[in-house]
Design a protein around this ligand. Structure first.
Ligand code: MG
Length: 388
């Protein structure tokens, strides 16, 4: 099987390469944003036919540095689109962060490639369009996100209409149990220290604010055809149950495993088969007990914002996602506090005029205008802080 990895230099991309190597899969193309040096290492090790970088300058640097290899190097969005639609590719694993994954994912679907989906923003911003295109092109979308992989496994062998409710588990992140007052003082360093999962910076901050879980609610809605009211978030600090499905007869199915992203990555690439591996196993007697709590919606307002966006639909999730991307980047640069992330998102959602049946262009436009709106709000905050 031929694999293309969109986002190969990120946390999931690196783990996906490890999995592909152990499965003996053929790497057709590797695609990244601007990290030419790591991509060069990967090209030397995995020998893809094509490598692509979004940053054109970085791409021309890579072109000269791998001139001794037969690998073709492409640049820019057109280069990325070419790299995910190559004839030799069967499955595209999309692990790029943010809305940047949307356009190439749609191009891959239109070219009939199966999608191992790790980029949740694709479904959050354009779920209706992406799912419809997948149906039209007979393309399978296999979830890589651990929760959605769990739900997918719980649903396997059951009729979709017999699923009544999805129970999406969340670790609660580093600030589980914090009061809204305590949340006000948290730093990027604290927010980046996730108790269970090792992930990229953006998703780790989203996990700390519970926006990650909010994005996952919307992702689950589209992947499994559920309403937001039928998706319940439960805090499960051990991260052993990766999610559950409750059926109409009262049975609840759960999927358990070590918190190791290589497991859902591997499953998305081997499904409907499973492959043996040497990843860590869980010992239930060592773990002893599993706990469950309700999420604190007051201390974590991002989750409520995401439910609101999910319920309204149209362009609102794209506006929310754009504001979140800008606010998180700004928090990491210490321009705003942690509690300003939901404030900014809330204001952008308030000001956004929802288009209920958006085209792809409308969604991209919403993304751009909402980013500007969020940046404006951040500038206003900054000038207020400087005023004596
Ligand atoms: Mg997840």
């Amino acid at each position: 099987m031929g694999i293309s990895i969109l986002g190969s230099t990120g946390s999931i991309g690196k783990q996906a390469l490890e999995v592909c190597e152990s499965l003996g899969l053929n790497i057709i193309s590797l695609i990244a944003g601007s990290n030419a040096s790591l991509l060069e290492e990967q090209v030397r090790k995995y020998r893809p036919l094509v490598a692509a970088l979004y940053d054109e300058e970085a791409a021309s640097g890579l072109r000269s540095s791998v001139a001794d290899l037969p690998c073709r190097v492409l640049g820019g969005m057109n280069g990325i689109i070419e790299a995910v639609t190559l004839r030799e590719t069967d499955t595209v694993l999309t692990s790029v962060v943010g809305i940047a994954g949307l356009v190439p994912t749609i191009a891959a679907i239109e070219a009939g490639k199966n999608i191992a989906l790790s980029n949740k923003e694709t479904l959050v911003t354009a779920g209706s369009i992406v799912m419809e295109k997948a149906r039209e092109n007979g393309v399978e979308i296999l979830p890589v996100d651990s929760e959605h992989s769990a739900i997918f496994q719980c649903l396997a062998g059951n009729r979709r209409e017999d699923a009544k409710k999805i129970i999406l588990t969340a670790s609660g992140g580093p600030f589980r149990g914090f009061t809204p007052q305590q949340m006000r003082k948290v730093t990027p360093e604290q927010a980046l220290r996730h108790p269970n999962w090792s992930m990229g910076d953006k998703i780790t901050i989203d996990s700390a604010s519970l926006m990650n879980k909010g994005l996952e609610v919307i992702e689950a809605m589209w992947l499994f055809g559920m309403k937001p009211d039928d998706i319940e978030v439960v805090i499960h600090k051990e991260s052993i149950i990766h999610s559950m499905v409750e059926f109409v007869d009262g049975s609840v199915m759960a999927q358990l495993g070590a918190p190791d992203m290589r497991i859902p990555i591997q499953l998305a690439l081997t499904w409907p088969e499973r492959a043996a591996n040497s990843f860590r196993r869980i010992s239930l007697t060592e773990i002893g007990s599993l706990t469950f709590e309700k999420p604190d919606m007051e201390a974590f307002p991002c989750l409520g914002l995401a439910y609101r966006a999910a319920g309204t639909g149209g362009t609102l999730p794209a506006a929310m996602n754009a504001a979140n991307e800008v606010a998180v980047a700004s928090f990491l640069k210490r321009e705003i506090g942690f509690c300003q992330i939901p404030e900014i998102i809330g204001q952008v959602m308030e000001e956004h005029r929802v288009n209920t049946r958006p085209s792809l262009d409308d969604i991209i436009d919403t993304d751009l205008t909402s980013r500007e709106m969020a940046a404006d709000i951040i500038r206003r905050y900054a000038s207020k802080v400087q005023d004596p």
